[in-house]
Design a protein around this ligand. Structure first.
Ligand code: PBG
Length: 331
């Protein structure tokens, strides 16, 4: 690339010296359209409970969930993502609660889709909220079985679609998920159900607070390195995304966000498909705790999101979604 211009005929500060000109030449923007709001749900009545490791984020019982959904609608959030906290007694080795049509996710989908028409609802397709060992798949002789888990996931995806889920998000990073679920949805006439593939999800330590939030942390023995991606890898992300697009994904996700900006940019440049990123629980906790301790100010939230946009994200899953949507509106 040729560098043009020479001081003093070129002074780059000339186009930085007032707010209007900075706005005029801004290369990335963040609006409510870019935000996906994750919501944690739980059993019981009249419960809105704090999650210790994620200050400001709460778990809602279904009778109180309108408190947060009304705000999502008011601030024009285009999509929410539901994550269930499953009581221990409903977990087993095979995660069969995933297929219960009255499980928490199914009940919440029926309720939300009846009352709220303005945003889409996305649901995770994976077994980790439901397994007694905390892994995303079925454990057979100490190994996570790729293909046996797939049968359960097909049915979990179909069940969620039939309850009204708009976007199915297979998140276990095992092989053959997208193709198999897409085929199964087509066969059952769910041709409009969208699939968001967690195509590039790293075996990251930044998921710690989330596992707390959904109650799978204490349970998890070992790590998820046999299915989630190696944090040292770059080129492998291209293979993951390529396969999932071929198999029928509508959107792909890179996760976590800020530690993987190079990957977001790589995927955006190589594939002309919508790329989402996930600012995960550990990123949220880091920033919110630094703000609470007065090590950072609140502008750090915007900065942590705009960098994901600059890298190439079309939309961002973030626990700051409502907070930032309110702030954008008031600017
Ligand atoms: C699990 C799942 C995880 C997250 C979303 N879905 C965690 C994991 O893989 O253990 C993490 C989200 C976050 O950390 O905010 N299928």
């Amino acid at each position: 690339m040729k560098i043009l211009g020479k001081f003093p005929s070129t002074r780059l500060r000339r186009v930085r010296n007032s707010d209007w000109v900075r706005r005029l030449i801004s290369e990335s923007n963040l609006s409510a359209n870019d935000l996906i709001l994750p919501i944690f749900i739980r059993d019981g009545y009249n419960k809105i409970e704090e999650i210790k490791s994620m200050p400001g984020v709460k778990r809602y019982s279904l009778d109180r969930i309108s408190k947060i959904l009304d705000q999502a609608e008011r601030f024009k959030i285009p999509m929410i993502a539901i994550f269930p906290y499953t009581p221990e007694k409903k977990k087993n080795n095979n995660g069969l609660e995933a297929l219960n049509e009255n499980n928490l996710v199914c009940r919440s989908l029926r309720l939300i889709k009846k009352k709220y028409k303005k945003f889409g609802v996305m649901t995770d397709v994976a077994l980790d909220p439901y397994t007694s060992h905390g892994h995303d798949g079925i454990l057979i002789n100490g190994k996570i079985d790729n293909d046996k888990t797939l049968d359960v996931l097909n049915n979990q995806a179909l069940l969620q679609a039939s309850m009204g889920s708009d976007v199915i998000a297979p998140s276990d990073m095992m092989d053959g998920r997208i193709g198999s679920i897409r085929k199964y949805l087509e066969k059952n006439k769910f041709v409009d159900t969208k699939i968001l593939s967690y195509a590039v999800k790293y075996a990251s330590s930044f998921y710690g607070p989330f596992r707390d939030a959904v109650g799978s942390k204490k349970k998890l023995k070992g790590d998820k390195k046999t299915y989630q991606m190696d944090i040292r890898n770059y080129n492998e992300a291209i293979r993951e995304v390529g396969l999932d697009i071929k198999e029928g994904a509508d959107f792909v996700m890179v996760k976590p966000g800020m530690p993987y900006l190079d990957i977001i940019s790589l995927i955006k440049q190589n594939f002309k498909v919508p790329v989402f990123s996930y600012q995960v629980s550990g990123e949220y906790s880091m920033i919110i705790n630094a703000i609470k301790n007065k090590n950072l100010n609140k502008d750090s939230i915007y900065e942590s999101l705009i960098c994901l946009k600059r890298a190439g994200s079309n939309a961002i899953v973030t626990y700051f979604a409502l907070d930032i949507a309110k702030r954008i509106k008031s600017i």
